[in-house]
Structures are given as structure tokens and as C-alpha cells.
Write a protein that binds this ligand. Sequence first.
Ligand code: NDP
Length: 241
Amino acid sequence: MGRVALVTGGTRGIGAAVSKALKAAGYQVAASYAGNDAAAAAFTAETGVPAFKWDVADFEACKAGIAAVEAALGPVEILVNNAGITRDGMLHKMTPDQWHAVIGTNLTSVFNMCRNVIEGMRERNFGRIVSISSINGQKGQMGQTNYSAAKAGEIGFTKALAQESARKGITVNAICPGYIGTEMVRAIPQDVLDKQILPQVPLGRLGEPEEIARCVLFLVADDAGFITGATLSANGGQYMV
Ligand code: NDP
């Protein structure tokens, strides 16, 4: 049996592509989601990957959710922190609710999830943690102080936990996608995509969710054990660090 992998927000968008790629590569996969039961049911029917519902911003819910996944599949050896939301607005108009929702779902969730799997990984001397950050955590983005702060925070968290965990066989890495053709991005009017977004991308196209999934596959492999604390950009050349 393959290693057990848990993908948060693994039922839609990039997360769904990650779940499918891991399953196709022989991992035992569980996907979490927040509340879109219809999408989760359709995803499970299509892929056979079980879906578990809980709010990743809630520490106790993460603890219970991970326990449910482990009861079904066994100890989580691979964690992909993918769940994320946007609540955009210029800072001078941003509400505390917009701020806290994004920090909770995109950053505190990473603490909540990692804290609840890290002891088991340390005991077993193996673990792979990959967090889906964003190009906007690297370069900042107008209208996204909350999102940029959360995504930059994921990168700092990744580097610190990588140092703490290295001697225990656990690697911790981040991926920073640029514009990926998920439902949200494809909903942008073609005119705006053509005139404002694609000209910023040297490759001249959106990325595909499957291209981010391949980055995850690479980083979680047993033989990727020398890569830790890394930030892997996958952005079509839009921002080079
Ligand atoms: P989607 O909106 O397509 O999917 C988000 C997934 O996360 C869904 O499964 C959703 O569940 C789940 N989710 C949202 N909030 C919570 C929560 N509180 N608890 C548990 N699960 C939750 O997102 P994308 O695929 O576009 O993005 C995935 C990740 O990639 C995010 O972290 C995003 O910031 C990052 N990213 C995306 C880019 C893009 O171009 N799309 C670019 C750079 C980074 P449900 O279906 O129930 O709502």
C-alpha cells in the first residue's frame, strides 16, 4: 500500500488535481473540504478518493478531522496544505472580518494541520509537508494585504519547521503558483485576461492545476529527501526570485 497523503481543500481546483495525481501515483489519498458537499461528492464519485469535511481554520476540528482520516487510512505521512480563500479589498476599506478570514483559512490552518500531524511524523521518522503558498506572498499584490501576508507567512513557517524537522526525516516545502486556470481564474473576462493578466506572464498562458500537482509529486517523493525549506515557484516566469 502507498503512503497516506492528506490534501486540504483537495476536492476542487488545484487541490483536486493534487489528490488525483497522488492517487494515480499509488498513494492512499484523503481530501478535506469546507462545505461544498456537492463538489466533494462528485469528486469522490469520480476519483474514489474519500472526502472529509471540516474547517481548517479551527484547531480542534483539524485534530478531529485528522483522527478520522487516520482511522480510515492510517497515519498521515504526507500533508499538503492547499485550502485557501481570498477576501480582496484595499486596506483602507478592508474589514477585520476579511483580514481574519484569510489569515485563519490560509495561515493559521497551516499551524493547525502541521501541529496535529508533526508528533506522529517525528515518532515515525518520516514526513512530507508541502504548503501551497502563492506568487502574491512573494511579491505582494494590490488589494490583497491579507492574502499576501498569509501567503508570505506560509513561506516563513515552512523554513522554520524545515529546520526543526530535518533530523527527523521530515521535509517541509512551499510551492508558489502564479495564475492557474482554476474556475476562479477562468471566470475572469477573456478581455481582462488577454490585456491585463497574460502580458505579465512571459510564458503567455495560465498554468494548469496539473502542473502544480506535478510539483507536489516531486516534493513528496521518498527520494526528494534532500529538499527542505525550499520555495518552488511555478508562475510562467511572472516573478523570478
Ligand atoms: P478553490 O477555491 O478552487 O478550492 C479551494 C478548496 O479549499 C476547496 O476544496 C474548498 O472547500 C477548500 N477550503 C476553502 N476554505 C476551507 C476551509 N476553511 N476549510 C477547509 N477547506 C477549505 O481554490 P484554488 O484551487 O484556486 O486554490 C488552492 C490553493 O492554491 C489556495 O491556497 C490558493 O490560495 C492557492 N493559489 C491559487 C492560485 C490560482 O491561480 N488559483 C494561484 C496561487 C495560489 P469547498 O469546496 O468545500 O469550498
